[in-house]
Write a protein that binds this ligand. Sequence first.
Ligand SMILES: *Cc1c(COP(=O)(O)O)cnc(C)c1O
Length: 376
Amino acid sequence: MKKNYMFTPGPTMVPSEVLLAEAAPMIHHRTPQFSHIMGEVVDGLKKLFGTREDVYLIMGTGTAAMEAAVANICSPGDKAVCAAGGKFGERWAGLAEAYGCNAVRIEVEWGNSLTVAQAEAALKDHPDARALYITQSETSTGALTDVEAIAQLTRESRTLLVVDAITGIGIHPFKMDDWGVDVVVSGSQKGCMIPPGLAFIAVSARVWEIVEACSSARYYLDLRAMRKNWENKATPFTAAVSLVRALHKSLQMIFEEGLDEVHARHARLAGAARAAVRAMGLELLPRNPVNGLTAAYGPEGMDTGDLIKLMRDKYGVTMAGGQGGLKGKIFRIGHMGYVSEEDLLVGIETLEKALKDLGYDSPLGAGLRAARETLA
Ligand SMILES: *Cc1c(COP(=O)(O)O)cnc(C)c1O
């Protein structure tokens, strides 16, 4: 028998309780019963985002919310400054270009985090920028950006701060209102521990004027329609009823554990994974790592694609490889969402076994011991 363990940075493992909630009989999306569920879901998301603003649900994956954060804010020709330190930072620039905007990239070496100095220089060079687009947790490299520090620069300027917190929300603390972030997006299949298919977006009060004036074409992703419909606790189009039910349950589980404890658990898992990787004699990629995944270089000369494939096919453990220029060079252990300390130990032991299978010479058990000691 092989069990499917997902140590991937999205989609992530889904609790049985959540799968059962998702399987509940269909109800219509324009009923008091569904509006009640939606109301509780949005209240829960507001806590995760750290905001009193409404959080809007989009039926799509995280990228749909990213697209909404471009289509509603940047008009063709507008300048969008994008921190391009990985695949997802690059996605901001790609989206801006798709909408005919002038995407200005802040080049951040993959594995590094956008620094305050870099952001400050970019804002000084481009005072006319409509928005600065950043990524809290860059999933392709595992690098963490200090959103609070960057927000101190933008909150006094006319340039809006837009944050992809897709692998940040529910993993790292996020305080949209206190930090002064203008737009935050997230998605369902990461820290929220439900299947892919929902995206979330929240915007601050000062953004609405820009949304109204924005001349980019939009229909499905029009924030004005989302706001209008939410006056009646409804969505503009058919809601993904079953996914919303799943989210309703997963948010209950998050608040039962306690949001602070959820964040603390991710920090413990990340600490243990990093210690294990180092004890195996391997090197971490990011200097300032996130808590939702651990990205590390494979042993010299090993294609990490082979490592990922072996773990999946022989042991039933799915981890992620590298993307873009890091393909074959790194592996990524996802430990976000529904992952316990015991689960992580299974992942680490499998990683050690698979490395050995592929001829990597390192004392078997060193990683597991380091993880256990860190967790103890
Ligand atoms: C997963 C992810 C996304 C969204 O990807 P989708 O495939 O559209 O869900 C965006 N940004 C980051 C940082 C992510 O990890």
